[in-house]
Design a protein around this ligand. Structure first.
Ligand SMILES: [Zn+2]
Length: 112
C-alpha cells in the first residue's frame, strides 16, 4: 500500500513512513500519523482509503489478466506473469480464495 507525502511528493510503501501515532478517532484505528522518510513531514495514512484504491487496482489487473491468451506475444505473456505476481502479493493482505484460484488457473493456462 502506497503513501504519498503531501509536502515533498515522495511516494513509497507506507511501511517506509515511520509510525508516529494514531490520528483522529483512536477507536476506529483507521488512520495513522506517519512521518515522511525524505523530508520528515507528518502525513496521515488512511488504511481504508488505501485498501479501497488497492481493491480497484486488483479488479483492473484481474480484468487485464483475464483477457490475455495463451498465444499472445512473449512481451504480453511477460506482462501477464508480472500481473500474476503482483496480484498474488496483494492477495496476501486480502486472502480472497477466488482470486487465488483464478491466478493458479491463469498461470496453468498461460505458462504450461
Ligand atoms: Zn516528504
Amino acid at each position: 500500500m502506497n503513501q504519498t507525502c503531501h509536502k515533498c511528493g515522495y511516494t513509497g510503501d507506507y511501511l517506509e513512513f515511520a509510525y508516529l501515532c494514531k490520528n483522529g478517532c483512536p477507536a476506529c484505528g483507521e488512520s495513522d500519523l506517519r512521518s515522511c522518510p525524505k523530508c520528515g513531514a507528518h502525513c496521515v495514512f488512511s488504511r481504508a482509503e488505501s485498501l479501497e484504491e488497492e481493491e480497484g487496482l486488483m479488479r483492473e489487473l484481474s480484468m487485464e489478466l483475464s483477457q490475455i491468451t495463451k498465444d499472445a506475444d512473449p512481451a504480453t505473456r511477460d506482462h501477464a506473469r508480472r500481473i500474476i505476481s503482483r496480484l498474488r502479493e496483494m492477495n496476501l493482505r486480502w486472502n480472497i480464495p477466488e482470486l487465488s484460484r483464478f491466478l493458479l488457473q491463469r498461470q496453468k493456462e498461460l505458462f504450461y
